[in-house]
Design a protein around this ligand. Structure first.
Ligand code: DSN
Length: 438
């Protein structure tokens, strides 16, 4: 027993369990998996090496692992309605990099993705990430209203002639028009890669349109709205196979020997478990409630005077632009954490502040919906968010870089000892105690 053999690690795990229970986990990319997913993760499948693919392994003893991997592939294929799935990418960054290395010539091939500061992802061609270092990239932004401006995207695609257009985002609160993206990609002869990591669970539940008819490749991590273990799926659509029948083989090869060795077979089993869960009517209801909660929360926050990027939420997340309130996103996120509401600081479109002190906060409803919270709770949560942000309006962050560092440290101390924030945390604890974890 871990408790006896390594009480230190055991105790840290228990502390984290307690934290997760007592707070409102509202980082939109986080969730609580089922006990069964965790059960599959903690099994002897962890002990096996299985480089290669089912029935084509480099190590002996993989008959059972083959069954596990084929089951995960089959379930993903059915759930998302795609002819080919690779379940081996260890997580999101490798997943996207595998697609790039499968399709592009290093330093020549070009990726076109949404800029990180507008809600894109590091791996969508940002210069700081390998996707932008080893390949050429051009980044698009959002329109003035904080939504996708397809005419501009099309203009940029025609001018830049990317080989891959990436759609699917980490901080975009509205519905994504995959059909329009598909048309633009076809017009310029590019592959359309839809990275649906954030909304895969919503697509599975039928509450967000699927990119499958329009994209050539669809990637997703499995631990966000899909509510599985950390992991990823790379899927090739019928349209993708039509464009290049070799795509599945190219992707398999990009994963191994290209980027990885042995897959994590316990993770593959847990992915299979989550995919079964995601195909049930209970999950469909869960997806519907995530969106209802997010919309209600957005409505309440707007009512309280917050400025929401994109004007609201159609999915699982909300991006609050705090610029103009006098509260920096980093301070807001810290205050909310003290109040028992866990969100993340986030850049907003055209942010004048640096990434470590951005002007916004990003929050979402997947995890709290897993706990069973509904619209009634969203109203109360919005009020707490308002109170917490009001509470820290008096803590100003200077513009000067050095002075800001010093001031932030001081603000941290003040937030830590703030009684009103602590009072909200007590209320949060009372509420969360009524909504058990899976
Ligand atoms: N870190 C993830 C998110 O929070 O959106 C994306 O990789």
């Amino acid at each position: 027993m871990l408790k006896k053999s390594d009480p230190k690690v055991f105790d840290l795990i228990k502390q984290e369990e307690k934290r997760q229970k007592e707070v409102l986990e509202m980082i939109p990319s986080e969730n609580y998996t089922s006990k069964e997913v965790l059960e599959a993760l903690g099994t002897v499948l962890n002990n096996k090496y299985s480089e290669g693919y089912p029935k084509k392994r480099y190590y002996q003893g993989n008959a059972v692992v083959d069954e596990v991997e084929m089951l995960a592939e089959e379930r993903a294929s059915k759930l998302f309605n795609v002819p080919y799935v690779n379940v081996q990418a260890l997580s999101g960054s490798v997943m996207n990099f595998a697609v790039y290395t499968a399709l592009l010539i290093p330093l020549k091939g070009k990726i076109m993705g949404l800029s990180l500061s507008f809600g894109g992802h590091l791996t969508h061609g940002q210069p700081q990430s390998a996707s932008g270092k080893f390949f050429k990239s051009t980044l698009y932004t959002l329109g003035k209203d904080g939504t996708l401006d397809f005419d501009e995207i099309e203009k940029q695609a025609l001018k830049e002639k990317p080989d891959i257009i990436v759609c699917g985002f980490t901080a975009y609160p509205r519905v994504i028009d995959f059909k329009r993206f598909g048309k633009i990609a076809d017009k310029v002869g590019a592959y359309l890669l839809a990275d649906v990591s954030h909304i895969a669970g919503l697509i599975a539940a039928g509450v967000h349109p699927s990119p499958v008819p329009y994209a050539h490749i669809v990637t997703t991590t499995t631990h966000k709205t899909l509510r599985g273990p950390r992991g990823a799926l790379i899927m090739v659509t019928e349209k993708g196979i039509k464009k290049d029948p070799e795509l599945p083989k190219k992707i398999d090869t990009a994963i191994i020997p290209g980027l990885q060795g042995g897959p994590h077979d316990n993770q593959t089993a847990a992915i299979a478990v989550c995919l079964k869960e995601a195909s049930t009517s209970t999950f469909k209801k869960y997806g519907e409630q995530i969106v209802k909660n997010s919309q209600k929360l957005a409505e309440e926050l707007t009512e309280l005077g917050f400025n929401l990027v994109g004007g609201g939420s159609d999915n699982h997340l909300i991006l609050i632009d705090l610029s103009g309130t006098g509260v920096n996103g980093a301070v807001g996120a810290l205050a909310l954490e003290k109040a028992g509401i866990v969100v993340n600081k986030n850049g907003v479109p055209n942010d004048k502040m640096p990434p470590f002190y951005p002007s916004g906060i990003r929050l979402g409803t997947p995890a709290i919906t897993t706990r069973g919270m509904k619209e009634k709770e969203m109203k109360v949560i919005a009020k707490w968010i308002y109170e917490a942000i009001e509470e820290v309006k008096k803590y100003e962050l200077p513009n000067d870089k050095e002075a800001r560092k010093v001031a932030f440290k001081e603000i941290k101390g003040k937030i830590n000892s703030n009684k009103n924030l602590a009072k909200i945390a007590t209320e949060v604890k009372k509420m969360t105690s009524k909504f058990p974890l899976p």
